[in-house]
Design a protein around this ligand. Sequence first.
Ligand code: ADE
Length: 290
Amino acid sequence: MPYYQRVRFDILTIFPEFFASPLAHGVLKRAIASNLVEVLTHDLRAFTHDRHRTVDDRPFGGGEGMVLKPGPIYDCFQTLDIAPKPARNTAKETVILLSAQGRSFTQTISHDLAACDRVVLLCGRYEGIDERINTLLCDRELSIGDYVLSGGELAAAVVLDAVVRLLPGVLGNPDSSRNESFSPEASQSSINTAALTKDGVPDSTHLSGGLLDYPHYTRPAEFLGLEVPEVLQNGDHLAIRKWRRQQALAKTWRNRPDLLARAALTREDRDFLATLDNLEKQNTTHNPSS
Ligand code: ADE
């Protein structure tokens, strides 16, 4: 696990007040108060020069909607003391455009960003931004999912949250951010034998092996007639790890089967998945309409 230090985020937006709430709650609030992260928002309208503080204009070539003008973004960027793009060490300083056209944001990218000193998040709006800004200033274009938001602000808040919770000292237990679904330690290994313990059960409290997380329960032991699974209540830690592993496998099989191809699976895992496949086949044979 690389050593992460304090990260400074600069968010360029036409709605700086949008970030007041995310920055004032939970993990982000505590991380800022503890000086583990610095987050500065920059109002692009402050870099306009007309009476109406115009940040957008009609697209060349015609078409729907408006496009963010390059001038205010460029002028705002010049105040940030970030190296020009050709001279930039992007492992330390990186400029990101949030847009629906970007590459998919992943947990692996979160870890890369957590290792930076500076991260600049540029929030697109309207139909987009003038592409010359992307060319001149941005190192990467990221999307948080295959849907179109009305702007990059929500996406920037998502990226900020995902990165900040990885910084050392932000979460009480450093394992909380390492064990979970999508941890790069888990998903990058094809067969990660480090994930295996002597008893042969992958240690689900250390690596989830590229699987979705197992279900969690807390008190009360019975809620509206539903009992917490017996195995979690009897203190048999090997049985608990086995159960959690199978639950993680079953959830991944059901909700994200695409992840199984890259997951670190043992022989026992594969046998368990085969029983799930067989059960499903039997069900569809007996209930062809389901
Ligand atoms: N702006 C609009 N849609 C977006 C998305 N899916 N991800 C990031 N920024 C966006």
